[in-house]
Design a protein around this ligand. Structure first.
Ligand code: ATP
Length: 482
């Protein structure tokens, strides 16, 4: 069974001319009718929705091969829906329709993941061309990928006693509606465990929505989670459905639960205890049929002792706790994981490409960023080694060594110049700009955090970025191990 929630089987297995499932989200019946007629004449199946919310539900129930999404919809707009829809349906192309055709809407749509856009009114012939091109390119994109065993993507791997215990816990808890608290350092697989629980539960056909509240605008977290009604606050021009309503019948996974603001903790407790919530500004109590999974890499007991996390919420959430130990504590898994990640990006024999000596050398490393760091390192080495047996030199330096080793006597210009020269010496190196940022940004963040004695809010202020952005950066640089 594939455990990747973003996996879209429909777009991977169908030849271009076969029957497709097309989802049209538009509140104008005449537009829906026109699409139904057009696609039905080509033998495709069309489902229609008159609102963003209904469209999202349909997309979650059965993944479409193509979505046509109107920008102007009652309630949530098409542009608002787009990122969540893309998260749910992965590579499936989405064509956005707008009556205005202004550049800003088009740019916003493409930024949020639209494959193309159509300006109303449109010629059906033009629609056909755009849709055919979108379907063809998504199919071609799948074909161009190396032939790897994608059935293994998103699969939880592990043979250590600790992972066997995790598998047992997942199996035991999946069928119940119990809340699960998943703990472990960054990159240990908490999100993967949560999606495995959902996929093995009776909710598997309903939406699975992983949310990191810390990445949301703090002013809008409540509205994002629970929705709002028109006029609830400045800018709330229409009613809006929140994530808990969108996930109806399914599972919500709250990542970094330790960062949830106190006022939202109270509301979450009400959902967990009574299955009830209210949209912001509303007086009507709504019912939530949602299973809640939560993950954290911080010590919630400490947060409780400091008065930052509610005790009642902690006990309610941790109906069962699954702890994922750091990779350095389960080196039995390392060979298996490394070869697994290699086989995801290369057709070569993983056993040959990564011999036992190399695996033992890799096991000596600290793997501060855990399995995420290992995956990135193996993918990097697979590219650098270009098919030959890999050596330790093909691997990037360990994260714990690259951060903070810049004590140097040269001027900043000298150091940067040397580094750029080393990159330019390798004709194959691309993405120079992003490599530069990834090389130096962690140093800046580290120094700033030291200067603020670890206070992230103050560090974010000093850096001039939002605290959620800082958290994301720390995570992506695998510096988030407190
Ligand atoms: N046991 C495992 N088998 C295979 N892949 C794994 C395993 N554990 C983690 N991974 C992979 O490692 C990466 C990080 O995993 P994941 O995002 O689930 O970690 P996390 O603990 O949720 O991290 P964070 O706390 O930073 O959000 C992902 O690419 C995931 O697929």
């Amino acid at each position: 069974m594939n455990q990747d929630p973003k996996h879209n089987p429909a777009s991977e297995t169908k030849p271009v001319d076969e029957q497709y499932r097309v989802l049209v989200i538009d509140d104008e019946p005449s537009i829906c009718w026109a699409f139904e007629t057009l696609f039905a004449s080509q033998g495709h199946q069309v489902v229609t929705a008159s609102s963003a919310e209904e469209g999202f539900q349909l997309a979650c129930q059965t993944p479409p091969d193509l979505v046509l999404l109107d920008v102007r919809l009652p309630g949530q707009s098409g542009l608002e829906l787009l990122p969540k829809l893309k998260q749910q349906i992965g590579n499936c192309p989405v064509i956005v329709m707008t009556a205005f055709g202004d550049l800003e809407t088009a740019v916003a749509a493409v930024k949020r993941g639209a494959t193309d856009y159509l300006t109303k009114p449109f010629e059906l012939q033009q629609v056909k061309q755009v849709c055919d091109a979108a379907l063809r390119s998504s199919f071609d994109a799948e074909l161009k990928k190396p032939t790897i065993d994608r059935s293994q993507r998103g699969k939880l791997i592990g043979q250590s006693a600790a992972m066997q215990q995790v598998f047992r816990q997942i199996a035991l808890v999946a069928q119940s509606d119990l809340s699960v608290l998943i703990t472990g350092e960054t990159g240990t697989g908490k999100e993967l465990v949560a999606s495995a629980i959902h996929l093995h539960s009776h909710r598997a056909q309903a939406p699975y929505l992983p949310i990191a509240p810390v990445a949301l605008n703090p002013e809008l977290i409540e509205s994002e989670l629970f929705g709002h009604i028109r006029g609830a606050f400045t800018g709330a021009e229409t009613d809006r459905v929140g994530l808990f309503e969108m996930a109806h019948g399914g599972t919500v996974m709250l990542d970094e639960i330790g960062d949830l603001p106190m006022n939202i903790q109270v509301k979450l407790l009400r959902v967990l205890e009574h299955g009830e919530f209210m949209r912001v500004g509303d007086t009507e109590t709504r019912h939530a049929d949602v299973r809640v999974l939560a993950a954290t890499n911080c010590d919630l007991r400490k947060a409780m002792a400091e008065g930052k996390f509610r005790e009642d919420l902690y006990y309610r959430l941790s109906g069962l706790q699954i702890h994922l130990p750091p990779l350095r504590g389960r080196k039995d898994d390392l060979n298996m994981l490394a070869r697994h990640f290699f086989s995801q990006v290369s057709q070569a024999d993983p056993q040959q490409a990564m011999d036992d000596d190399l695996c033992s050398q890799l096991a000596e490393r600290n793997w501060q960023g855990n399995i995420r760091e290992l995956r990135n390192a193996v993918e990097h080495a697979a590219v650098v080694s270009r098919g030959r047996t890999m050596t330790l030199q093909d691997f990037p330096d360990p994260m714990d060594e690259t951060i903070g080793d810049e004590e140097t006597s040269g001027t900043l210009d000298d150091v940067v110049n040397q580094w750029i020269d080393s990159l330019l010496a390798d004709d194959e190196t691309a993405d120079l700009q992003s490599q530069l940022i990834r090389r130096f940004e962690p140093l800046l963040i580290k120094k700033v955090l030291i200067s603020t004695k670890g206070n992230r809010a103050a560090a974010a202020e000093r850096l001039g970025i939002h605290r959620g952005t800082l958290r994301e950066k720390l995570r992506s640089y695998q510096m988030d191990n407190d």
